[in-house]
Design a protein around this ligand. Structure first.
Ligand SMILES: [Cu+2]
Length: 148
């Protein structure tokens, strides 16, 4: 029996310690100023992670051996989804831009008929891209700019 009493006593001590710690933490976590409260708010939002993607989505349709629309504009953090509506496979491959530096760096695998390929823009850039299977008709451009 003394061993059991010892265990019970230990559990009670742990529970009390837990409550004290919780009270102490509550006091600490309350922001002292409005500025601190503002700082703390975004951190809480990102940790919830219920909606990890917060950018815009731009859709490009691959149909009739062409990209529609031919030019897309997006901001860093936005996403492009290419959807293949043809009955042959396509891909999306950025080309070196003679007028500038290709910062997009995009090379998809083959996108099968009915399939799609998504790309989130992480860098600013302005690059022509093609489907390397049909490079004469499937030419387009992706322009990624910083959010102002
Ligand atoms: Cu193609």
């Amino acid at each position: 029996m003394p061993l059991r009493n010892l265990v019970v006593a230990a559990l009670v001590i742990c529970a009390v310690a837990g409550v004290i710690t919780a009270i102490a933490d509550k006091g600490k976590s309350e922001p002292a100023t409005a500025a601190e409260a503002k700082k703390a708010a975004p951190a809480k939002k990102t940790s919830s992670a219920s909606k990890p993607f917060r950018g815009r989505t731009v859709y490009v349709t691959m149909r009739g051996l062409a990209f529609h629309p031919k030019t897309i504009h997006l901001h860093i953090g936005d996403r492009v989804v290419w959807r293949n509506r043809d009955n042959v496979g396509h891909n999306v491959t950025t080309q070196e831009d003679p007028a500038g530096v290709n910062l997009v760096g995009l090379a998809s695998p083959t996108i099968n008929p009915g399939g799609a390929y998504a790309y989130v823009a992480h860098y600013a850039g302005n690059a022509p891209y093609v489907c390397t299977i049909h490079p004469t008709t499937m030419q387009a451009r992706i322009i990624v700019t910083r959010r102002s």
